[in-house]
Design a protein around this ligand. Structure first.
Ligand SMILES: [Zn+2]
Length: 124
């Protein structure tokens, strides 16, 4: 089984999940031909979704963190190759809080804060 370490609580409990139809309906950038992966942590509930889309030779991967919380925290990687994602092959990252584009620092602070809250909930 494809099991990843959770970046919020540190346990190896991130498991791939099937997306519920009603959850994917809310994501307007997602259609059937997109390759989507959804992982959730069975210990603290942290989760992320990645959607890969190839368009005219460009590859774009959108990551959404902690679905269910508002505003939606997401970032988009734009690459000129469609090879497996590796931070070095990303030409550009765009960061969003809901519909607003924000700087990387603010985006990471928001994600860190959300993970810190999750961690404190599951260690209490
Ligand atoms: Zn966790």
């Amino acid at each position: 089984m494809d099991r990843l370490q959770c970046k919020a609580c540190g346990s190896h409990s991130m498991l791939p999940m099937d997306l519920e139809a009603d959850e994917s309906d809310e994501l307007d950038f997602m259609t059937d031909e997109h390759e989507a992966r959804f992982f959730t942590c069975h210990v603290c509930g942290d989760n992320w979704l990645s959607v890969r889309r190839v368009e005219a030779g460009d590859c774009r991967i959108t990551f959404v963190h902690q679905m269910g919380l508002q505003p939606l925290l997401k970032r988009t990687a734009t690459m000129t190759t469609s090879i497996v994602l590796n931070e070095d092959t990303v030409d550009r990252w765009d960061y969003f809080l809901g519909d607003a584009e924000v700087g990387e620092g603010r985006w990471r602070d928001t994600l860190d804060e959300r993970r810190r809250v999750l961690r404190s909930i599951c260690t209490n």
